[in-house]
Design a protein around this ligand. Structure first.
Ligand SMILES: [Zn+2]
Length: 264
């Protein structure tokens, strides 16, 4: 907890002043590091879909926690999206760039005394690499957990957005709902009549579902760049997903073990 007089409702690391960072850093805070993607999201959603969703989840989660116990680092806007490059708007980093970036951020916050981080991922293609990044951070003495925000919801994702069969999909019912909630002015109204979206049922029931990771092959699987039932998008579903993911993340942060001390 911060000392009296230094309380702040601001949870974004980069919005704090130097003295505020110092006050928080000596009380073993957890830093949330959101990472998204800048990639095409069908004809109806903005390029920053994943980045906007994960940033919102992280900021809300930190806001639910006792003041000074969690801060949110600036979101890494870009992710690993080489398979979307044929579609306009996509900007991808190389795996080594992502690892170097997260490692440099970790080393920097460690210099200020921070020893705990959660990498909060908002893009399916980043799931593997954020695990590797967590291992690197542990090597710098930072206890790190890496997770994807939709994994916090488990089977509820399938109940709330059945059109996507329990998967996060891509620009389908789940993500369209989230964007209708977060930035409806950036969702093209034609999403309701979109016909060339690809049903996720085949992927959800395939023998490899839940077993391993295979990069998407959009040109053959979803030529229009939409995995999931976008026309079923609904702002209320989006609100439920974001609110619940943030609450679960806050709970999880509360349960994390304290920073490693000498002798641990
Ligand atoms: Zn997405």
């Amino acid at each position: 907890m911060t000392e009296p007089g230094t309380h702040t409702n601001e949870v974004r690391w980069h919005k704090l002043r130097r003295d505020e960072i110092e006050a928080v850093a000596c009380h073993d805070p957890v830093l949330l590091l959101p990472i998204g993607a800048i990639e095409q999201h069908g004809p109806h959603l903005p390029i920053d879909t994943d980045t906007s969703a994960v940033t919102e989840v992280a900021i809300r989660a930190a806001s639910l926690l006792p003041e000074g116990s969690a801060l949110v680092l600036p979101t890494i806007a870009w992710g690993l999206s080489p398979y979307w490059l044929p579609y306009a708007g996509t900007i991808t980093l190389r795996p080594e760039t992502i690892l170097a970036l997260i490692s440099d951020i970790g080393r920097s916050v460690a210099a200020h005394g921070v020893q705990r981080m959660v990498i909060v991922n908002g893009h399916g293609g980043n799931a593997g690499i954020v695990g590797v990044a967590a291992t690197q951070l542990a090597d710098h003495g930072i206890r790190t957990l890496a997770l994807s925000y939709w994994s916090l919801l488990g089977t509820e994702l399938a109940e709330w957005a059945p059109g996507d069969h329990g998967l996060i999909g891509h620009a389908g019912q789940t993500e369209t709902s989230i964007q209708l909630y977060l930035q409806p002015e950036r969702v093209h109204a034609d999403y309701r009549s979109l016909s060339d979206w690809s049903d996720l049922e085949r992927l959800a029931t395939s023998p490899i579902a839940g077993v391993g990771y295979r990069p998407p092959e959009p040109m053959t699987e979803a030529p229009n760049g939409v995995y999931g039932n976008a026309p079923l998008g609904d702002a209320e579903i989006g609100e439920r997903i974001i609110t619940s993911a943030a609450a679960r993340l806050a709970e999880l942060v509360r349960s994390l073990p304290a920073a490693l001390r000498r002798g641990d």
